[in-house]
Design a protein around this ligand. Structure first.
Ligand code: MSP
Length: 536
């Protein structure tokens, strides 16, 4: 197995509605992490897709007056795929759970769980919330209603179904959380999961009668039942990389490095999903590590929930922000920056266009855009349109009587950046680049104020060359630090510095990190506006 690989997933989205800023958040975070790994030349596979065997979708099709369910699913899946494409999301694969490749993998998985002795039939009487696509126990309810969907009547279900003996894996799950606490991220969620498994994790119904439910994958060998949507949906993470169709591909990519999910679906990903794999692995060697243990995903990271201007995103309030509308109003890199910067990853937060515009003006326009523009314009003006000729090593030194730490400070930023990428904390990465001492954007802007190159040039052109070279080189390094989050902005900076972003990227991150990547005498291309004024 190639250890140096990165397989990242988003949840697969229900197609009962189009994407909103909440679903875009998960997808953008996954995209940025995928780009960060690609920049490090780590083989990367980034998966997203749609969850189509859901009762919610069936209801939405009926509401839209579409009789042909498949036609509805096709058109909605296209809406999701097109949205991500238009937003520049760099997914490698888009899986739909109505695809043949998925059905084949689900069948193989079901048979494995069955062979392990973990599927049995039992009669069930319980209440089902279509909003959550989940059976509810009395303790889950508040005044007899689902706390998340109080306006939706619960469905009473009483029928003979197939059950998954999840309780067989309770102890193994608890052992997993103890031995590999990093499996559940952020750390603040670990207790929640552990106590859920200890107190509430139990056998669950994994099928419904076909005559009552006209969507879903038929149970292998029993057409009278359809597989429960979550049981089929989770398996997408495997079927997309060949489970059931291409063993070689599966061996290459599985296990997933990181499942990014919202906090509302962490129980499914941190408890049900590993239990399902533990069961299937007992009968399917493809799911076993060399020591015979089950090949579980390496990490699940749960991010928080967004409100919009302080209110829950909801259809009835009509406040769902369409990311395509945002992309019309703001450069999309700025939206990405805002979403990933504003909220500590893992916590809840608020989306407000006022905050977005404030950050656009201050963080991006003033601190990044102005720095790049000024430094490139001054260099072009005083040094014949070129990167100043100077002693590159000397220019890497920290500067006396200034805040500037030079190459060493930048190297420190890089090593912090690596840790933050590993921990999926892009908010911290951005905070470092903007605000830390020594060689951040704040320090670079201060260096301009402290040295005043536009005055210094008359007195000391050689010192000016050193200062401007240091600042240009810092801009080059900032561009690569933020490239996963703002790929277009980064490319724009690199082009203005007279380099070709693709040629540079191909050199590999270790080269890009080194002081002196900018060659004195390189022709600069000033003028590209990185953050245009917003039209209100
Ligand atoms: N289909 C399931 C996932 C199956 S994965 C095997 C599902 N789909 S969903 O469309 O309802 O939600 C997908 C993701 O969007 C979830 O991670 C959810 O947390 C996220 N978000 C939905 N609304 C959100 C906010 N308001 N804020 C942040 N994320 C939100 O669940």
């Amino acid at each position: 197995m190639d250890k140096r690989k990165f397989y990242i997933t988003t949840p697969i989205y229900y197609v009962n509605d189009k994407p909103h800023v909440g679903s875009a958040y998960t997808t953008i975070a996954a995209d940025a992490l995928a780009r960060a790994h690609r920049l490090r030349q780590i083989p990367t596979y980034f998966l997203t897709g749609t969850d189509e065997n859901s009762q919610k979708n069936l209801e939405a099709a009926a509401k839209a007056g579409v009789d042909d369910l498949q036609a509805y699913l096709d058109s909605m899946a296209e809406v999701w795929k097109r949205t991500w494409r238009e937003l520049g999301i760099s997914f490698d694969d888009f899986i739909r759970t109505t695809e043949e490749r998925h059905h084949r993998g689900v069948e193989r998985f079901w048979r494995a769980v069955e062979k392990s002795g973990d599927i049995n039939k039992a009669t069930y009487e319980r209440e089902y919330c279509v909003g959550c696509e989940e059976f509810k126990t009395p303790t889950d309810l508040l005044d007899g209603k689902c706390p998340l969907h109080p306006n939706r009547p619960l469905e009473k279900v009483s029928e003979e179904n197939y059950f998954f003996r999840a309780s067989n894996y309770k102890q193994q799950l608890l052992d997993l959380y103890r031995d590999k606490p990093e499996f559940v991220q952020p750390q603040s969620r670990q207790n929640e999961i552990r106590s859920y498994v200890e107190s509430a994790f139990d056998d669950l119904s994994i099928s419904r009668e076909s005559k009552k439910l006209s969507c879903g994958i038929p149970v292998p060998g029993d057409d009278s039942q359809r597989i429960y949507v979550w049981f089929d949906a989770l398996i997408n993470y495997m079927t997309a990389v060949g489970y059931g169709t291409d063993d070689e591909m599966f061996r290459k990519w599985w296990p997933a490095s990181l499942h990014l999910v919202g906090k509302d679906i962490i129980k499914f990903h941190c408890a049900l999903w590993p239990a399902m794999i533990m069961s299937a692995a007992k009968s399917d060697g493809l799911l076993q590590a060399e020591d015979g243990s089950a090949l579980l995903p390496e990490r699940v990271y749960a991010h928080g929930f967004f409100t919009i201007d302080g209110q829950k995103i909801s259809k009835s309030l009509g406040n769902a922000v369409d990311p395509l509308d945002l992309a019309k109003k703001y450069p999309f890199d700025a939206v990405r920056y805002f979403l990933l910067r504003e909220i500590p990853f893992g916590e809840d937060g608020d989306f407000s266009t006022k905050r977005l515009e404030e950050r656009y003006a201050s963080d991006l326009g003033n601190r990044l855009g102005n720095l790049v523009n000024r430094v490139i314009a001054m260099s072009a003006k005083y040094f014949d349109g070129k990167v100043p000729q100077t002693d590159v090593e000397a220019a890497g030194e920290g500067m006396d009587d200034t805040v500037w730490d030079g190459a060493e400070g930048l190297a420190g930023l890089w090593s912090e950046a690596e840790k933050h990428i590993e921990a999926a904390r892009l908010d911290l990465l951005l905070d470092q680049v903007w605000n830390s001492d020594g060689a951040s954007l704040t320090a670079a802007n201060k260096l301009v104020e402290q040295t005043q190159p536009f005055k210094l040039f008359k007195e000391d052109p050689e010192k000016t060359a050193i200062v401007l070279y240091a600042l240009l080189e810092a801009c080059r390094q900032y561009a690569w630090m933020v490239e996963p989050i703002m790929p277009n902005v980064a490319n724009g900076i690199i082009r203005q510095l007279g380099q070709d972003p693709d040629v540079e990227k191909a050199k590999g991150i270790e080269e890009l990190k080194k002081w002196g990547g900018l060659v004195p005498g390189t022709e600069l291309h000033p003028g590209e506006v990185l953050f245009p004024r917003l039209i209100s």
